[in-house]
Design a protein around this ligand. Sequence first.
Ligand SMILES: Cc1cc2nc3c(=O)[nH]c(=O)nc-3n(C[C@H](O)[C@H](O)[C@H](O)COP(=O)(O)OP(=O)(O)OC[C@H]3O[C@@H](n4cnc5c(N)ncnc54)[C@H](O)[C@@H]3O)c2cc1C
Ligand code: SF4
Length: 334
Amino acid sequence: MKTFELTRATDGAQAIASAAKSKTAQQGADIRFIAGGTTLIDLMKLNVETPQKLVDVTRLPLDKIDNLPDGGLSIGAMVRNSDLAHHPLVQKNYRVLSEAILSGATVQLRNMATTGGNLLQRTRCMYFRDTAMPCNKREPGSGCAAITGLNRGLAILGTSEHCIATNPSDMNVALAALEATIHIRGPKGERSIPIADFHLLPGNTPHRETVLEPGDLITHVTLPPPAPGSRSLYIKLRDRASYEFALASAAVVVTNSGGKVTRARVALGGVGTKPWRSPEAEAELTNQSASEEVFRRAAEVALHNAKPQSQNGFKVELAKRCLVYALKAATQAA
Ligand SMILES: Cc1cc2nc3c(=O)[nH]c(=O)nc-3n(C[C@H](O)[C@H](O)[C@H](O)COP(=O)(O)OP(=O)(O)OC[C@H]3O[C@@H](n4cnc5c(N)ncnc54)[C@H](O)[C@@H]3O)c2cc1C
Ligand code: SF4
């Protein structure tokens, strides 16, 4: 690991001013915020991330979960994943979020990991993590070793000829189905970004993963009020039952009235280059009977544009079955 300078921020404005001097907030950043460190320190040990300066933001007063006047929820960027998953309001009104977080990593990691850090966790593509291999995301223009290499775990939706890396977060998939908004404070002031617009597709710039600019600090995430009568859940399919990333996952928020789906929000994980909301599946479900036939049709349209690579063709059917199972469970739950 390269040497670096560490400063502990107690004031948000100072932290932002310090990080604003970085040449980028994307891959290759020379100044980084550090929260739980469970992504960043890993990558620094591998020399994939080599910041010269870390700004520790864990002492900033961003660790609260608050009710909003409209019935929604505000989640501070420093809220630890464990605290969020076990919060009574999250378990009552946003079950999909609690389930998604608890399906990831381990207790110890979730005790360290923060909401802001989880939003920005990096891909688990093995070539990204290996500096001996070409990787456009780590080193723009060097090539993509995964496309002709080991790609079993990588993405089938939103890929480009330059990168097929999966966004590995479980939490992000639930936040996509819940239509979360990310709130940012930066050198130019505050702004709010719907999660659908926060992560970027790889295109020909896979090293740019989000809309963040130097100095941008995620302060909190808000959720709209739960849709009346809705049920939500998260299903994650993976090679082993714990300590493993998703091969395919589904987050669904469904309102079912008299055997009919009146409202649906659907997002997929483990298959997309970003948390994969499917408006096409939602349209296919809305005002249709809560039947397996309709769920299967929704799954077909959700995966319609899938582009499998040499080793991950199985993910197309796996993701469809995952979504059908999640929709059945959400509409049958007592
Ligand atoms: C062995 C292992 C297994 C795992 N398994 C899973 C899994 O199954 N599912 C899953 O979803 N995740 C899994 N994870 C990933 C884990 O959830 C993330 O590492 C964690 O959520 C990152 O949060 P952090 O606070 O530690 O981030 P950090 O490592 O501190 O930061 C990550 C990035 O976010 C930036 N950052 C942090 N906070 C802010 C902020 N407020 N504003 C702007 N930028 C910020 C940092 O600069 C850094 O670039 C696993 C991790 C490990 C190590
Ligand atoms: S898939 Fe993306 S992250 Fe993986 S090697 Fe290719 S460019 Fe790098």
